[in-house]
Ligand binder design. Structure first.
Ligand code: NAP
Length: 322
């Protein structure tokens, strides 16, 4: 994992003057840095256990967005040298069909990570099936046992999207410029002691684990949601704002403290087909010290952390320390 280092010379959230151009946190180049580290770990694992880590991806139905996500996860996994397994079930698949596929991957020793692409077609309940995945093969970090371990601060697969956001936050707080040779290990793990963070959204997939990862790093965390009173004022108090809402361009300039770091998890499709985040990027970027674009921000990092999680699962399952 990223080594501990002080972020001397870097400014943390509100310390950075608002008049500076914001640091644009490019998820694509950062994902390449994660890929370089994962590929090296895959080579090490091959040498030590005689095989590459295996990722099984399960897709149910024909949701076009899900198909695109699955294709990009496969491509990224292949590029990092993983072995991939693929199951595409029809939208008419029954609970029993899906259970059998998950159980077969649970029993397959060549599989270290199982990803069930969500959402599932109705009436299948995604989180009910995530519970059937062996916790030590949970690539997404969403199994209740792993979420419990997150609360305890015990090593276990962490949810990919919040994990990716944490790396982006580390980059925001460092002076590092990502190049074609940067690896994950070069990104110093920032101390968030004394920083206040607001997470907008409290879903099991993103908002809640996001808040606990920030807390684990000593940030003072506020969870905001649809029942929060005066959300703009709550956000304005924060050095770090993470938006995981699903409402296009909800977060405006006057919600953000000058110099704050803004991390946008939202992926929303507009009527014209274009994608946008939960943050009004053009409005907010000038007052932030660092900000993620959508697309090309948190999305690529989610994929990268899924593949990284699978390599880490493989190491943990085989008693190898990377
Ligand atoms: P979700 O399960 O629908 O949760 C949304 C959360 O936002 C809920 O906690 C909800 O509050 C809160 N919320 C909704 N409207 C709000 C408002 N007007 N003001 C304040 N809070 C509000 O969504 P999710 O799965 O967490 O995903 C959130 C967004 O991230 C979506 O756009 C999704 O597509 C995107 N996403 C992106 C990635 C990625 O890789 N970049 C990964 C996963 C998700 P209540 O709890 O009170 O209802």
């Amino acid at each position: 994992m990223a080594h501990q280092a002080s972020s001397s010379g870097s400014s943390a959230g509100s310390d950075r003057p608002a008049t500076h151009a914001p640091k644009i946190l490019d998820g694509k180049s950062l994902a390449r840095a994660v890929a370089r580290t994962t590929a090296a770990r895959v080579t090490e694992l091959r040498n030590k256990i005689g095989r590459a880590p295996g990722l099984a991806v399960i897709l149910v139905g024909e949701n076009p967005a899900s198909k695109t996500y699955v294709a990009s996860k496969h491509k990224f996994a292949k590029e990092c040298g993983l072995e991939t397994f693929d199951s595409h079930l029809p939208a008419t698949a029954t609970a029993s069909d899906l259970r059998k596929v998950i159980e077969s991957y649970n029993a397959n020793d060549a599989v270290d990570g199982i990803l069930l692409q969500l959402p599932l077609p109705k009436p299948l309940d995604g989180l009910e099936f995530v519970r059937l995945i062996s916790p030590d093969k949970d690539a997404d970090g969403l199994h209740p046992a792993n979420q419990g371990l997150l609360l305890q601060g015990t090593p276990a697969p962490r949810p990919c999207t919040p994990l990716g956001v944490m790396v982006m936050l580390d980059l925001a707080l460092s002076d590092l410029t990502v190049t074609d040779s940067t690896t994950l290990a070069e990104i110093p793990q920032a101390s968030l002691a004394g920083k206040s963070a607001v997470v907008i959204g409290r879903s099991q997939l993103v908002g809640k684990p996001m808040g606990f990862l920030l807390l684990e790093r000593n940030a003072t965390v506020t969870f905001a949601h649809s029942k929060t009173t005066d959300l703009p004022a709550v956000c304005r108090a924060a050095d770090i704002v993470v938006a995981a809402v699903g409402v296009p361009r909800l977060v405006k300039r006057d919600w953000v403290k000058p110099g704050a770091i803004v991390l946008d998890v939202g992926i929303n499709r507009l009527p014209d087909g274009k994608l946008c985040g939960d943050v009004d990027y053009a409005d907010v970027a000038p007052v932030s010290s660092a900000i993620t674009p959508v697309p090309g921000g948190v999305g690529p990092m989610t994929v990268a952390m899924l593949i990284s999680n699978t390599a880490e699962n493989c190491a943990r399952r085989n008693g190898v320390s990377l």
